[in-house]
Ligand binder design. Structure first.
Ligand SMILES: Nc1nc2[nH]c(SCC(=O)O)nc2c(=O)[nH]1
Length: 273
């Protein structure tokens, strides 16, 4: 299964690890010695050394209830990191944003993938991606980061998420984005309760049947906390279990914080799957 993303063409027949690089001032507690750019770049390089196949750079937290970040602030955070990494690492760089202006600037700075939690629904997002040769991840979210966890409701979450992703696929194809440039993502935790997240993981093969590589992000998420009782800093083992389950059920890419542990676990999956 081929994924064309900018300068790269990935063979997704083996599971790939996408390392998370959060470039938000509060994501690196360094006492102000270095800027978040230097720390983010150093962290990203370390993730590649640990086995990251892809880096996902994000300047705005989309966690439930997260405060929105201005366009200027997001650009100032992510562009220097992408520019430096484009020269220093040899893996696809993904920009985790829903803002079309950030997509445009990040692509110009060297991003190979647009990872959009809003599935290119913002005005001009489809055109910006179509005019490039970057890969794209179309993710499902119900509501917005500010509202999505207020009593999310579904009649049948898997059918509804699949239907949304199909509608976004049609929009992407209509805009001229080639199928080989597209991955899909159920958006674990984005407007879903534990029962919904578990159903989506259990029935991942239904989404895989849409015919596109699946990207899954469960790393350290609250559904794992609900299942294990562990807080966010103690969810490595649960995250590894989630990555193994997801890839055994067909996920092609897992988006994680803990790259070395996940890369090793996925070597076993690749040997057995
Ligand atoms: N494609 C994709 N992008 C993401 N960005 C975040 S940010 C929230 C967090 O990491 O807790 N989650 C995801 C995800 O699940 N899929």
């Amino acid at each position: 299964m081929k994924f064309i993303c900018g300068r790269y063409q990935l063979d997704l027949s083996r599971p790939h690890v996408m390392g998370i690089v959060n470039v938000t001032p509060d994501s690196f507690s360094d006492g102000g010695k270095y800027s978040s750019t230097e720390l983010a770049v150093a962290h990203a390089i370390e993730l590649v050394e640990q086995g990251a196949d892809i880096l996902d750079i994000g300047g705005e937290s989309t966690r439930p209830g997260a405060t929105p970040v201005s366009l200027e602030d997001e650009l100032q955070r992510v562009l220097p990191v992408i520019e430096q990494l484009a020269e220093r690492v040899d893996v696809p760089l993904s920009i985790d944003t829903y803002k079309p202006e950030v997509m445009r600037a990040a692509i110009a700075a060297g991003a190979d993938i647009v990872n959009d939690v809003r599935a290119l629904q913002e005005p001009h997002a489809l055109e910006i991606v179509a005019a490039s040769n970057v890969g794209v991840c179309l993710m499902h979210m119900q509501g917005t980061p500010q509202t999505m966890q207020l009593e999310p409701q579904y009649d049948d979450v898997v059918t509804e998420v699949a239907g949304f992703l199909q509608s976004r696929l049609q929009a992407a194809q209509a805009a001229g984005i080639a199928a080989e440039r597209i991955t899909l993502d159920p958006g674990f935790g984005f407007g879903k309760r534990t029962v919904h997240n578990i159903a989506l993981l259990q029935q991942l093969p239904v989404l895989q049947a849409l015919g596109y590589p699946l990207l899954v992000g469960l790393s350290r998420k609250s559904v794992l906390g609900k299942i294990t009782g562990e807080d966010v800093d103690s969810r490595l083992y649960a995250s590894l279990a989630a990555s193994v389950i997801a890839t055994m059920k067909g996920a092609a890419i897992v988006r994680v914080h803990d790259v070395k542990a996940t890369a090793e676990a996925l070597k076993v999956v690749a040997a057995v799957r």
